[in-house]
Structures are given as structure tokens and as C-alpha cells.
Write a protein that binds this ligand. Sequence first.
Ligand code: ADP
Length: 664
Amino acid sequence: MRSQRSTSGFASGKGLLALFALTILLPGVLLSAFGIRGLLHERQLAEQQVRERLDQTAAEIRRNLEFELRRWQQFLEEPPAAPSQDRYVSVGMREALIRHDGAVAMQQDHGRVSAFPPRRLLYRREAGPEPPGTSRSRELAAAESLELRERDLPRAIQAYEALLATVPAAARPLVIHRLARALRNAGRPEESLRRYRELVPYAGARIGLVPADLVGRFESCSIMAEMNSNDGPGAALALYQDLIEGRWDLEKPRYLFYADSARRWAERAPELSSTLQELRAREHQKAALTEKSFQALDEPRRDLSGENGIFLAFWRDRDNSRVVLILSPEYCRKELWPPILGNSSTAPIAVSIAAPGGRLFAGEPLTGSTGLSSTQTAADGGLSWQVSARPRDMQALDRGISWRQQLYLGMISLVIVMLGFGGYFLVRTVRREMEVARLKSGFVSTVSHEFRSPLTGIRQLANMLEQGRVPSDEKRQQYYTLMRRESDRLARLVENLLDFSRMEEGRREYRRDPIDVSAWLGGLAEEFRGDLSGQEARLETTIPENLPAICGDREALSTAVLNLLDNAVKYSLPPVTVRLEVEAAGTDISIRVRDKGIGISDEDQAHIFDKFFRGGSEATQTVRGAGLGLSLVQHIVTAHKGTLHVDSRPGEGSTFTIRLRSAT
Ligand code: ADP
């Protein structure tokens, strides 16, 4: 009967689990799977969208770049409108070239080099054309001879001064220069300085190969530096600036000589240092552009890299002429890239343009890439420029869909968590129910058995007595005692069952009477000894006199202690000795029931107070019991605000302790 019941319990449990799996778990899992698939799909879609945007951006920038490169190239292809530098006017890109001084167009025609816009370069590559030699008058030659050969400076000065009054205007600068020089050598710097200054207005004239105004200003600065004049550095700075601006068309060594000297003199005034620094930076930029232009004239190479980036160059060769357009990195940064790249510097997409050599040309380097990027190749006369676009801020790109993803994810997680909880509680409940079903079925068969054996005993004894088959009085007395004990046991069993059912229903009420512990337990021990008579068992007690009284339900507490004593006898092998000890400590009264019986395993100890639980050992199975005793004891003790404690080791015995509070 027991196995049948438990199998059907199992079956119903399994059925419930199957039903749960079919109706809740399966749809839940399917739903979650679809949700996750949807999420992944959405992610892919988002990536697709981002990719399309990247492609669009890269394509747009590629088109801009191609357009711009073509424009500049076409500009060079235009046939010259006029033999002069003004040919560039026709294309309307003149303004573009003029706007920023980082760009220059060079033309080399039969070896002659010209640049546009003029003054853009710092110096010329080769010496300029020899100016028509100024014929010297005899008087000048004589004066020079006095100065240089005879070293008679006073007379030479006189001769120059005399000459100055008579020479034609065109020859004046040369005479002024010689006079100034002689005065300086004669140790008359102030007068020399005045004379040199007279040269400054003669902008078109030359002294030898050098413009007269440059000579005038340079020598003035030199004298002022010698004299430590306060005006010296300022004049030198102005000279340096004019040299950088390209006021004079000088070849490189001459330029370097004048510029270095002027700068050195200007450096003497600390207050000019910041202006000087700016000028020097500008000189550097112009020098770089100048050098690159010469390089580009000689050899058409694409990779004209400089300190601050790459110079962009365009060539056109025709017959004996070559036209080259050079754009410096600064020019590209300020003029070329902004219209090509648009406002991409603030957009969520970062773009870059790599030169044909693979080096970054414009935009931002492709670092920290998310893996998503689009690269396009801009064709330019067979060369390829790589235009790349990648997301700068992936989140900004897909912010729109990310909240939806989070919502889905949250919902799926919630469903999974709820399913998990539901499943866990269901399994737990089913397990418990199955366990209770198993225990109950065991209980029914045990209880029936419990009833049957005393009843059988009583019936047999009663039969024998009825039929007068017990001759001696002594025997008869013994049988009566036996019948009473059996019926006592039955009564206790019934009492236990009734108590249990009342307890289960919550109907059990406990009285609160004062109890004299010594007298109560003494009486109880006597009663129990009576029950043991005729058995191989004895009870030893340690019950001190004058124990403090407690307050409680005497009957219920007696049931509890008797149950413990009963168990102690039941779960011991004969000859049985059971001890009942009472001890008072402060307000605590401990009632201890000790045996040297079979003991309880650790595993069983965790469950012995559960209803219907019976120990798993073989020895226990041979003993009668319904698994209710200890749960009843527990209930009674707890109702009296006491504690119940077990201390046991298999094979060594057990000690059950009830701890109650005294009434005082
Ligand atoms: P029952 O004795 O009817 O089985 P109880 O609730 O009184 O039910 O006890 C539960 C279980 O605890 C017993 O089946 C037994 O395994 C164990 N047990 C109780 N008291 C003792 C004891 N004194 N010695 C060994 N085992 C005990």
C-alpha cells in the first residue's frame, strides 16, 4: 500500500512538472529565444544603418576631394592667357592662391623660373639677371682710387662730396654709398649713417647687384648696432620683416646673409623677442614652401613631406616648360580641407584622408576604431587617395535604438527570472507534497499496526479469562495487569493522535497551572516504572527536592516527558537503563532524558522533529512508531516557551533536553 501511494504521488508530481514545462517553461523559453533573436537582428540592422551612413560620408568626401584635385589640375592645364604671370587670372583661382601665403604656382620656361603670386617665395634659386652695368665716371674712379688705393680718406671724402654736387640723379646712389662708406671708415659714423639713410628712397637703383635701399637700410642698421643706438633693433626688425615679405628679389646666400644679420641685431632688444619669434616662424614656413617648390620643379614626386605635414603638388609639363602648383600643409589645413571635409570635425563620424604613400593627409587618425569603417579610393591621375570614415561615437549613432534594446533585454530577463522562480517554487512544493504523501501513507499503515498488536493481545487474554482457562489467581492478576498496560498504551496512542490532530488544526489549548516540578516528575517516574514492570528495563532518576515551580499544562508536559522516556526505552537494546535528570540553574529548569541506545545519525537529527518522520536506520524500522512523538513534544515545549534539544551519537545513545522557565 505504501509503495502504491508514493508511486501515484510521484506520477502526479511528474505530471505537474510536465504540465509546467509545456504551458509555461516552453512558451517562456521560446519567447525569450525570439526576443534575443529580435535583439540581434535589430543590432545588425543598426550596424547596417551605421555602415550606410559611413559609406555615404566617405563617398561624399571622396567626390569633394576628386573635384578639388581636378580643379587644381585643370587650372594648370589651361593654356596661358598671357605670357606673363597673369595667366592665372583666367581660371579665377588666383584669389584662392593669393588668399593664403602657403601656396605658390611656379613656371619654368626654358630654364627661366617665375612664381605667382610674386614675393611668395623667400628667395630665388639662382642669381638674378645681371643688371646693366652702371658706367662710372672718371671723377668717381679717381675718388675711389683715393679711398681704396691711397687710403687717403679725408681727400676721398672731399672728392665724393664735390662729385655729389655735380653728378646726374641716376648716378647719385653710387656716390652716396661711396661717401657713406668712406665716412664710416674714417671714423665718422653719425655722418656715415646720415648718408646711408639718404640711400633708402632710391628703391629702384642698385649698388652693384644689390638694391640701393636695401644697402642703405642694412648699413644703417649695422652702424646703429656698432653705436649701440636705441633705434637700432627696431630698424633691424623692420628690415628683417621686409626681407621675409620678399620686398627684394634676392638669391638664397644673399638673403640668408641679410636676414641673419638683421635678426641678430634685432635680438639685442628683449622686448622685440615675441615679434621676432612670430617672424621667424613665418620665415620657416616660407622657407619650407620655397624649398619644396624648387624640389617640385626638379623632380615630380608626390610625397613632398615636410616638418608639419605633406605638401600637395600638381604638375603640368609641356614642351620646354613645366608648371608646378605647391600647396603647403598649412594651406591645405586652412583652405583645402574645410570645403572637402565639411563640418565633420564635430559630427559623430570621423573621417581621414591618406596620401597615396599611405600617410595620414587630412582628418583624424583611425585609432580606437570600433571595427566599423568605410574606405573609398579617390582616383587622381592613376594615384589613389584613401578616404576613410568611421564612427567617432558609436553610442551617439545608435542611441535611438539602444533604449528599445534595453527595454527588450529587461523584459526578457524579467521573464527568465520569473520562470526560474516559478519553476523553483513549483518543484519545491511538488517535492514537499510528495514527501507528505509518502509519510502519510507510511503513517496510516504504522498506526493500524500500532492498534492491532495491543488489541490482539487484549483479545487473547480476555478470551482466555472468559473461557476460565487461567486457573491460578496470581496468573489472572498478571493478565489483568497486562491488559491494563496494553489498554494504557492504546489510550496514550489515541491521546497522541488526538493531540496531534488538535495541534494540526491549531485547536490545542494549554492550561497555565503552577506545577511543583519535583513532585510532578517524581510521580511521573513512578508511573513510568510501573509501565516497565515485567520488562528488561529500568529507570534511574535524579530529581532534587524543592525545585522551583513552573507554570504550565501538567498533562501536556507529562505527555512530552513520557514520549521521550518511551523513545528512550524503544530505541535501546535490553538490558535497558534510562535516566531522567532534572537540574535547576537560575530561572532555567532542564529536564533531561538519557539513554545508551542506538543513537541518531546526524542526517536524521535534522528531521526527527518533523511530523511523520521516522529514522532511516534498520534498528528503527523494527521498532513500532508513527513518527509523531517528537513533533508533539516539540509543539508542547514551544507552547511553554521552552526549548527542546537533542545530543546523540549513533551507537552511543541520546540525550533529549527540555529547558523550561521557572514560574518565579
Ligand atoms: P516514532 O518514535 O513513533 O518513530 P518520534 O517522533 O518519537 O516517532 O521519533 C522520530 C524518530 O526519532 C524515530 O523514528 C527514531 O528514529 C528517532 N528517535 C527518537 N528518539 C530516539 C532515541 N531515544 N534514540 C534513538 N532514536 C530516537
